[in-house]
Design a protein around this ligand. Structure first.
Ligand SMILES: Cc1cc2nc3c(=O)[nH]c(=O)nc-3n(C[C@H](O)[C@H](O)[C@H](O)COP(=O)(O)OP(=O)(O)OC[C@H]3O[C@@H](n4cnc5c(N)ncnc54)[C@H](O)[C@@H]3O)c2cc1C
Length: 461
């Protein structure tokens, strides 16, 4: 990076907040994608830490004038290489823009700088003891800006939907440095094209999000977790559909292959209590009062029984529930050494049983296996390709991936339900989208970012 550019950056944010030394920048290059399939970072990239929107605006102007790529780094919890700079870039780390600007109880919104982490927000809401925010993508280090532009989902999407449902307004800085205010505290707003919604899910390729107006909610005080073991996966899936059809909206309905529940529990020094059956559901309920919780548990139990579940296990105490959740959330630690690629496909809920059955049959043709973990009530299925026993990536990996996608498409599915395209699925996107749709996306990108400086090689090739 040229000296005059570094000097200009230091004038904008102060010399302490421009990192050029490779020992310092090394920890700002990657996200949570496994080493085997993550994009390779350009190590000559430099890190800049803006303090406010004006800083961001000036940095973007400088980058645009000099056609320098800019990659925004949020909490780096992403799972598709979105915040990895693959060209010599400005890496804009949002960590200093972490102000909780307002908790507006009258309108039930929070106004937050983009670098506020989910953990920061939850801690702030906890202080008032009666407020909550539901979207939980599994890692509380994720920042509001990152969650917004990846349109994060997570286990609770079954009841609360994904991030775009909860964002009412954003402040954003365009690649040329212009500052935009989109949306706000309005509940209804139909004026013109909805540019805010276009930025949500744009993975840092159109603009930098600097502020967010986020809906917040009254807290539920009563919760319970049910483990429902089934002999057959098909019965478990039918129970999920019946639960939803019945109008029950659990906070989360999660599925993992039985060996993952058992093995992860063992790894954590715990024991998976559901001994019978081959297909267990973890159903988390959360209600305003005890009576509603009791009713919901009763109805869900009945539905599971009707679908041939073994006796369901009920956890009501906070500690028991936390243990179950821990087992669900730590499965990745249990398998991560054995997987060389992982997926985030989604299909219509009714197609989940056939989809998973086909995936399992397909991997058998290659004499291998695949772990299935699913936000099952959303039809969002995570599975993987395993390393060979000698620790190498199998030669059939890309062929197998293509076949998995083909199955997904045959059920009307998508290659990513929640993690996004990032840099690892740009080629795959062309398998799913028509040329016309891709052309429209490219056109939109050009309007926002004519010099292609915003996170190049992300979403679109
Ligand atoms: C254990 C684990 C479990 C997870 N489970 C889920 C899950 O269930 N559901 C789910 O949806 N996700 C899940 N994730 C993925 C991840 O948490 C989300 O993608 C998260 O929303 C990313 O936020 P971040 O701040 O970490 O963004 P980063 O990883 O830093 O960046 C992600 C993308 O957003 C861009 N970006 C970041 N901040 C901004 C900004 N202010 N303005 C413009 N662009 C920006 C980056 O350039 C990049 O393209 C999980 C991750 C982990 C590690």
């Amino acid at each position: 990076m040229k000296e005059n550019i570094i000097k200009a950056l230091k004038t904008i944010v102060g010399s302490d907040y421009v990192l050029t030394n490779k020992d310092q920048t090394a920890s700002y290059l990657y996200d949570e994608v496994e080493e085997a399939y993550r994009p390779k970072a350009n190590i000559d990239s430099i890190v800049i830490k803006p303090k406010n929107t004006q800083d961001v605006s000036q940095i973007m102007k400088l980058a645009n004038e000099n056609k320098i790529p800019v990659v925004i780094r949020g909490g780096a919890t992403g799972l598709c290489g979105g915040c990895t700079p693959v060209e010599e870039s400005f890496v804009l780390s949002m960590e200093r823009m972490n102000g909780i600007l307002e908790i507006d109880r009258k309108n039930m919104v929070a106004v937050l700088e983009a670098g506020v982490t989910l953990m920061d927000l939850l801690e702030e809401l906890e202080k008032s003891n009666d407020l909550s925010f539901p979207v939980h993508p599994g890692d509380e280090g994720a920042q509001m800006g990152g969650m917004a532009v990846t349109n994060a989902g997570g286990a609770r999407a079954v009841r609360h939907g994904v991030m775009r449902k909860h964002i009412m307004g954003v402040e954003a800085v365009l690649p040329n440095g212009e500052i935009l205010e989109l949306g706000g505290k309005l509940v209804k707003n139909n004026a013109g094209y909805n540019l805010m919604q276009l930025l949500l899910g744009s993975e840092g390729t159109l603009a930098v999000i600097t502020k967010i107006v986020l809906k917040i909610y009254p807290k539920d005080f009563y919760s319970a977790t049910i483990v429902a073991p089934f002999e057959n996966f098909e019965d478990a899936c039918q129970a999920v559909m019946d639960i939803l059809k019945n109008g029950n909206l659990p906070l989360a309905v999660e599925y993992m292959d039985k060996h993952l529940f058992v093995g992860t529990a063992e790894m954590l020094g715990l024991e998976w209590q559901a001994k019978k059956g081959n297909a267990d559901l973890l159903i988390i309920l959360s209600e305003k009062n005890e009576r509603q919780l009791y009713e919901a548990c009763k109805e869900i139990n009945e539905i599971c029984e009707k679908n041939h579940s073994y006796e369901t296990l009920y956890a009501g105490k906070a500690k028991e529930q936390q243990e179950l959740l821990l087992i669900r959330s730590q499965h990745y630690e249990y398998i991560k050494e054995t997987i060389c690629d992982s997926f985030d496909m989604a299909v219509p809920v009714s197609e989940v049983p056939a989809f998973i059955k086909d995936l399992k049959m397909l991997v058998r043709e290659y004499d291998t296996n695949t772990n299935v973990i699913a936000h099952i009530a959303d039809g969002n299925v995570h599975n993987d390709i395993l390393y060979l026993e000698d620790g190498t990536v199998p030669s059939y990996a890309s062929e197998l991936k293509q076949k998995m996608y083909d199955i997904c498409f045959s059920y009307g599915g998508t290659i990513t339900g929640e993690h996004g395209i990032g840099k690892i699925r740009t080629k795959d996107l062309t398998l799913q989208k028509s040329p016309v749709e891709l052309e429209l996306m490219q056109g939109i990108k050009k309007v926002f970012d004519p010099n292609n400086i915003m996170n190049p090689k992300t979403v679109l090739m």
